[in-house]
Design a protein around this ligand. Sequence first.
Ligand code: ADP
Ligand code: MN
Ligand code: MN
Ligand code: MN
Length: 337
Amino acid sequence: MAIRAEYIWIDGTKPLPYVRSKTKIIDAGTTEFPIWGFDGSSTNQAPGDNSDCVLRPVFSCPDPIRGGDDVLVLADVCLPDGNLTPHPTNTRAACVETYEKYADQEPWFGIEQEYTFFQENRPLGWPIEGYPAPQGPYYCGVGAIEIAGRDIVEDHTQACIDAELNISGTNAEVMLGQWEFQIGPEDPVSVSDHLWVARYLLYRIAENYRVDATLSAKPIKGDWNGAGAHTNFSTRAMREGYDPIIAACEALGAEGKIEEHLAGYGLGSEERLTGLHETQRYDAYNYAVSDRGASVRIPWQVHLEGRGYIEDRRPNANMDPYVVTQLITNTCCEALA
Ligand code: ADP
Ligand code: MN
Ligand code: MN
Ligand code: MN
């Protein structure tokens, strides 16, 4: 019998990549998914006269949309050199390397993915002209005036569960039409693989509703919240004591680290990290307990219990989790080693 394997990869479009996918028919019972290829000249990954790029399967899970024995296969992009050399747009390879270097510290990540639904060039639920009522009732809201897009969110959440992704929750956000789901905690590579597949499922399911899900960091200018990807982080030592929690916060604010991290935290930091709307300014750094206006927040339970994790609130919704988790693992684990 034959099944469908949907190969998913990240393209080379600048400044932000698109997710791409295509279907391969394979024998049911295939245990090792085959290497495959695609036309890199159509994805900003190769020139037309040397267009082949290679897909190396790195993660697979049940396909919750097709069901049955069909699968989703996440692949990273490699060069056609016979050695599976990572393509320049492949950010996963460096993440794997950093994770392997610090695996003994057992780094874990939980990522809060915020996003905004759009239809006909405006956020879902917004009037054709003008604005909805100001922010206030939408966050974790209920009711037809407060909420737009819940059917899509429910479908997406169930799909993530059926795909056996480590989704840990969802909520409606501060701006009407804006939502969040959380993935984790998982190691840096797994949380990123799960997040990319969850993003694929979000786009794919919203497609059925003729709705576009965008990861824009500041989809509407003015007095409306932006969209982030708060990144929660711990090592085993941080899960056991408070000194390593403070050491990690200090490491993130060390000379040179603020700029290095911001450069890898996605597009739109200047627009989103203004110091308003539950953010610290992009050019400042601080950490504090319970403070949603800090760059890095120590949750109140963590302060109370003297152990747990920290939340880096700076990453933008459109960030690449392979890059963000690589940066945080490298900076904090180096300091904690
Ligand atoms: P917030 O209060 O900021 O909205 P959320 O509940 O949305 O927080 O997200 C918190 C995330 O942190 C979840 O994905 C959760 O799984 C993750 N998390 C919990 N404990 C840890 C930990 N020890 N290390 C890393 N991430 C963690
Ligand atoms: Mn959250
Ligand atoms: Mn949020
Ligand atoms: Mn948060």
